[in-house]
Design a protein. Structure first.
Length: 69
């Protein structure tokens, strides 16, 4: 669930007033698609999963580890 403040920020980015959004019956999901705004929590979760994939593919035969030990 998104907060009213994040919806307000998206409207400001697009230059649409709340009354204009209500009169034109524009859903917040449509504004979100137009602004290409990414939710910070979702972005952090995807980044964490992506980093986990990198770590999973690492092996102990890396030259940096061999040189530093």
């Amino acid at each position: 669930m998104r907060s009213a403040s994040s919806n307000s920020i998206e409207r400001k980015m697009l230059g649409i007033a709340l009354i204009t959004q209500a009169r034109a019956e524009i859903r917040s999901s449509i504004l979100r698609e137009q602004s290409k705004y990414r939710d910070a929590a979702a972005y952090a979760k995807l980044s964490k999963i992506r980093w986990g994939g990198h770590v999973m593919r690492l092996n102990d035969l890396r030259w940096t580890r061999a040189v530093s030990e």
